[in-house]
Design a protein around this ligand. Sequence first.
Ligand SMILES: [Zn+2]
Length: 463
Amino acid sequence: MRASYTIKRLTDTTRGLRAERQGRAAEGWSRERLEAHQRQKLQDLVRHAVARSPFYREHLRGVDLSRPVELGELPPVSKATLMSRFEDWVTDPRLSLALVEQHLETLECDDYLLGGYRAMATGGSTGTRGLFIFSRGEWSALLGLMFRLLKGMGVVPRLPRMRLAAIGAPSALHMTYRLSESVDIGLYRRRQLAATLPVLRLVAALNDHQPDYVNVYPSVGALLAEEQLEGRLRISPSVVSTSSEVCTEEMRERMRLAWSLEPYDFYGATDGLWGTSCAEHRGIHFAEDHTLVEVVDSSGRPVEPGQSGAKLLITNLFMRTQPIIRYEITDIVRIEPEPCPCGRPFRLVAAVEGRSDDILQLAGDGGQPVTLHPLVLRSPLARLGGARQYQVIQRQDGLTIRLVPRESADAGTVAEEARQAVRRALAQAGAGSTPVRVELAGSLERDDTAGGKLKLVRSELAR
Ligand SMILES: [Zn+2]
């Protein structure tokens, strides 16, 4: 039983390495070649979805399949809709919701569902929980993409084997954990650590492992950089990448100072949208040979390059068990109008600025509601030299700043500076009457259900 499990996993990863070799040419394609590939794959995807998914047969019934399909004519779909129709959405009728839920409850390591699927869950903390299922072929395609993106950052299987540290989700429910399990077949010397561990435990484990490459949530990366600068952490990675949360300029600066390198941005979502920054470090290239990305405003209209959208519509070209066609995600993204000097055909995402779910609604000074982007609060707080970490929480009685002061700073002074900085930002935004209080903390709690991620700005009010 275990032997066959090991052989299967080994096969999946070997196929992933092969997929990397076959797929790497896409990085050198022209934009025209890429768009031709996208059009072809879109036709295959839509026809597969209509043939095999009862949900899509109904959802796309107005679409004329006797001719090539245009992306813009396909109706968008939300996670809530897909999850509410889960059993009609999936293309294998054996995958009932009850079966998947039951499997996830007892899941360990990299276990298969029905002998050939990997199931995982996303985002329990806000909105709808998503369940995503990958066949072995889909998983190998994803691994191929991951190997390609890692290679772009200089992380390749070689001898002597590179030492990797993956600091992320604490359980097998999450994709980062499973990917890391999948490559644990001797390609690298790997240490997997939960982002929810106390920082000093992470420091001890990293000092012991001495990684060449670290992938970490940026909020944890910034704390570790601090530990390095203060002399408790002693590692010298050649590559660091951050994923899963917004990486602020201040976090990036701490990591630059600590390790004398430019951290890469790694974007990988369970719905199959993946990308990384390139060596130019001007933004993220989504792997557009695998996923189509449309930046749209809150009404779903396309947004011009250079402008921030309210959400993305993504269409995944390789996921077949759960077809994803113009699927809404709430990331606020801005596409650079100019191509990247690296020459990849993939557009450059200037910044993933957060999620539109994180935008706060406040009572304005003139009685009008004020919409506040998290950046408005992040910027002034990030500038506070005495703050090690912060989080802003909107509650019924106003905004609470949870603040972890630096050891070297006077806690009372930093708390007052934080309160004043946020008050000034609110006044400028027209919401100066919002009450602001500061709570000092020794550390900030991470959300286990969201894979141990930390949101810098969040609301506890019902939407
Ligand atoms: Zn580039």
